[in-house]
Design a protein. Structure first.
Lengths: 301, 317
């Protein structure tokens, strides 16, 4: 039982990270019907920017752990959001009217470019987050000893998801995003500036993805320039699992995939851990391509 | 019409055929790599270029072929060239099995699934599935191929084996392109609904394209195993699939000459600029974006079909 609960909470932490990345995929897909292959790499940039800012500005030494990390999160969010907007401007906007394949290839190109730029800047080796700044304390929750970091990650990701959900559902801008996702043409006729909506989506998605990268750095302590692709694929699986284009779906899908993967790795085989996620992806596409919460079916397959 | 074209093809073929005479072993080896990638890309071209099915797991079929050849050769001492048809068959059947449930998926969904299949195959190989693939180390001790009593060992000898296969493939695939089958695939690519409406069995043709393209990858895998004498899962990772995808798209999907030209550029050019080797993928990524913005149809796009009046008058289309 102890082992099961440990794996479950670990799965929730990883799942929260997947969910944050998946939100970026799902929002972009919702508005543009494009799989943003470079999203996983923006996530990696979050992790690397976080490391650089953390070590060069010594934020946690100056401001204390809580405030330091908060400032760090905001900085990473802002920077990765800008990267996302640049990406949209350079690689996707010129292809808005092109066939799907062109946009997909451009997205892949952007992914390869970003990944290799990072490798040339930082080198191919693993980068390590300094471990003395992270809290190593454990919490005792009903007799279960949980690392503080794990609890924080679950709480932070859930808080961000709730905030995003409220933003999308309750504000005028959120309504504009939802409208553009349903029908761009009609949204434009209703006076919604679709270009601004797309830009906004490319600011918000990467910001969340960047934070997820930072979380991975803080949680595992090790980052690598290629990690974006594995996390990206899994987050995409999570988005499909929940129903792509559907924001609550991405959250549920992410958490669910994290738990499935953690339990699968613990009870089936750790060596097949990555394959489990892909298997889930293929099965869901065969059995229920709309995902768990998917609704808009018409042009899905 | 275009009188320069046949001349250019003959010239290119002659240059290539005599290349081993004036190139050193290393350069010939680069040409061999180009040939292997060319074969793989021509197979992928059937799926991605002719039928318009986004397959980004081509390395999986390549791997199935290579491992089939390697296992048959090292366990049952079957001469490696004899394993060629079996490797093709194994890869083709594998492709049919995995494509059957997913082939109806639309564009980018299929892309994601094929990426997933490629990764699962790679992970399975690393995990030594069935205890036969040798795990991360792979399979070694694959014997040299023998043709007409000659053991093929040096790059120059491999050159003629590989490029002989490429030439054969070009002839076959050109014929295929002109056939009813080739036209059906193109119809699928251009408008699936209209194709279905015109009585084309879309599921059948999609699967046939997958099976045939994969079979080609499988046979290329056997050639690769013969050339390397050692294979490991790392040779079949995701980036191989990406590079192949790129070759087909950059060259001009559906055009054999374009695909081969792109194989030369994508595989050959980095060898010329070895000092910038680490920036290779960076440039590729950039080229992919720039190409899609300014020339999405590729370097040499497939032209429309031309029929000469004489053949039409005789009543054969």
């Amino acid at each position: 039982m102890e082992e099961f609960l440990q794996q479950l909470t670990n799965g929730l932490a990883v799942g929260g990270i997947y969910a944050l990345i998946a939100l970026g995929y799902t929002m972009v897909y919702g508005v543009l019907k494009l799989i943003n292959f470079a999203h996983g790499d923006l996530f990696t940039y979050g992790a690397y920017l976080g490391l650089t800012l953390l070590t060069s500005l010594a934020l946690t030494d100056r401001l204390g752990f809580a405030l330091g990390v908060l400032v760090l999160v905001l900085m990473v969010m802002g920077l990765v959001a800008v990267l996302g907007a640049i990406l949209e401007r350079v690689a996707y906007r010129p292809l808005r009217e092109s066939p799907r394949l062109s946009a997909v290839v451009s997205a892949l190109g952007a992914s390869i470019f970003l990944q290799n730029a990072l490798m040339l800047l930082y080198g191919a080796r693993f980068q390590v987050y300094p471990d003395h700044i992270l809290p190593t304390a454990t919490l005792n929750v009903f007799g279960l000893y949980l690392p503080l970091m794990r609890v924080l990650i679950v709480l932070a990701s859930v808080a961000m998801m709730i905030a995003l959900y409220l933003f999308i559902q309750k504000t005028r801008i959120g309504a504009a995003i939802r409208a553009a996702a349903i029908d761009q043409g009609a949204a434009r006729l209703m006076g919604i500036d679709v270009n601004r909506v797309i830009l906004l989506v490319f600011l918000m998605g990467p910001a969340l993805g960047g934070v997820a990268g930072l979380m991975v750095g803080l949680y595992y302590g090790q980052i690598n320039f290629t990690m974006g692709w594995v996390y990206g694929m899994k987050a995409f699986t999570a988005a499909i699992l929940g129903g792509i284009g559907n924001i609550p779906g991405a959250m549920v899908g992410g958490l669910l995939l994290g738990v499935i993967e953690a339990l699968g790795a613990a009870y089936i085989s750790i060596a097949w851990k990555d394959a489990i996620a892909f298997l889930v992806l293929i099965l869901i596409l065969i059995v229920r391509p709309t995902g768990l919460l998917g609704e808009r079916v018409a042009d899905k397959i | 019409m275009n009188h320069g074209k046949p001349f250019a093809i003959v010239l290119a073929a002659a240059l290539l055929a005599t290349a081993p005479l004036f190139l050193n072993a290393y350069q010939v080896d680069v040409l061999n790599s180009i040939g292997l990638y060319g074969l793989l890309a021509l197979g992928l071209n059937l799926i991605l270029g002719e039928a318009g099915l986004f397959n980004m797991g081509h390395a999986a079929f390549y791997a199935v072929g290579a491992y089939t050849a390697a296992m048959l050769n090292t366990r049952y001492q079957i001469p490696i060239l004899w394993t060629l048809p079996l490797s093709g068959l194994a890869a083709g059947l594998f492709a049919l099995a995995v494509a059957r449930p997913v082939v109806h998926l639309r564009g980018d969904y299929l892309l994601i699934v094929t990426i997933g299949v490629g990764e699962i195959v790679r992970i399975a190989l690393v995990n030594d599935i069935f205890g036969m693939t040798g795990g991360a180390n792979g399979i070694f001790g694959i014997s040299r191929p023998q043709l007409f009593g000659i053991v093929i060992r040096r790059p120059q000898e491999f050159f003629y084996l590989i490029w002989g296969c490429v030439a054969l493939t070009i002839v076959l695939f050109l014929r295929l392109k002109q056939s009813r089958f080739g036209r059906a695939l193109n119809y699928l690519r251009e408008d699936e609904v209209a194709a279905e409406g015109s009585g084309i069995n879309t599921a059948y043709y999609k699967l046939a394209a997958f099976g045939l393209g994969a079979a080609w990858a499988g046979m290329t895998g056997a050639l690769f195993a013969a050339k390397m004498t050692i294979i490991s899962p790392e040779s079949f990772n995701f980036w191989e699939s990406v590079v192949l995808f790129m070759i087909v798209i950059l060259g001009g999907a559906g055009n054999i000459a374009g695909v081969l030209l792109a194989a030369f550029l994508v595989i050959g050019l980095p060898e010329l600029f070895r000092e910038f080797a680490s920036a290779r993928m960076l440039v590729f990524g950039l080229v992919m974006i720039v190409m899609m913005v300014f020339r999405p149809q590729g370097l040499l796009p497939a032209g429309g079909r031309r029929f000469s009046l004489a053949t039409l008058a005789r009543g054969h289309g």
